[in-house]
Write a protein that binds this ligand. Structure first.
Ligand code: ZN
Length: 171
């Protein structure tokens, strides 16, 4: 079933609320939220789930000694993971940015990191990183999304190709 843009907005709002609740319960811990950067309204697909679980595996691996809670759900936003990690948020942000920037399919996910004291998400630019680039061209990703520069089918096809290559090489 296809979701509407409203469903996606509502799911996002609900997630932000849930994150606040979790941060209330696990004070002074860092919260990580992982989502797939997937175009269009239908965000729960075999491809988005494959991408999500590959990245989740890495997050669980990197932080295994520090994780206090893991939470997974599929909403109109697609697959979403929330992790509470008992480690300094700046350290976590830097590791997560490394996953986003260096892992073969890391560019297909958004890994948000929230500091347990300020309750705010840490920004990439705060660590001297540039804004994230579009999958298909060299522009800033948000601009291409806003301007609808690329065909959704084309973006998904590209993601499929990259993911296939990644899965093949992993075997
Ligand atoms: Zn582009």
């Amino acid at each position: 079933m296809n979701e509407t843009a409203m469903d996606i907005l509502n799911a996002r709002e609900e997630r932000v609320c849930f994150q606040e609740e979790v941060m209330d319960r696990y004070k002074n811990n860092t919260l990580i939220s992982v989502r797939v950067n997937y175009p269009g309204l239908k965000k729960n697909t075999a491809l988005s789930r494959n991408i999500y679980f590959a990245i989740e595996k890495i997050i669980l691996d990197i932080f295994k000694y520090y994780i206090r809670l893991t939470f997974f759900r599929i909403t109109a936003e697609g697959p979403v993971g929330i992790f509470i990690v008992n480690r300094n948020s700046k350290v976590i942000k830097q590791l997560c940015m490394k996953v986003e920037d260096s892992h073969p399919i890391g560019r297909f996910v958004d890994i948000d990191v929230y500091d347990g004291f300020t309750r705010k998400s840490l920004s990439r630019t705060g660590f001297g990183a540039s804004p994230r680039k579009c999958y298909l061209c060299d522009n800033i990703a948000q601009e291409c999304v806003r301007n609808r520069t690329h065909d959704i089918e084309k973006i998904i096809k590209y993601m499929e190709e990259v993911n296939e290559k990644f899965v093949k090489n992993r075997r």
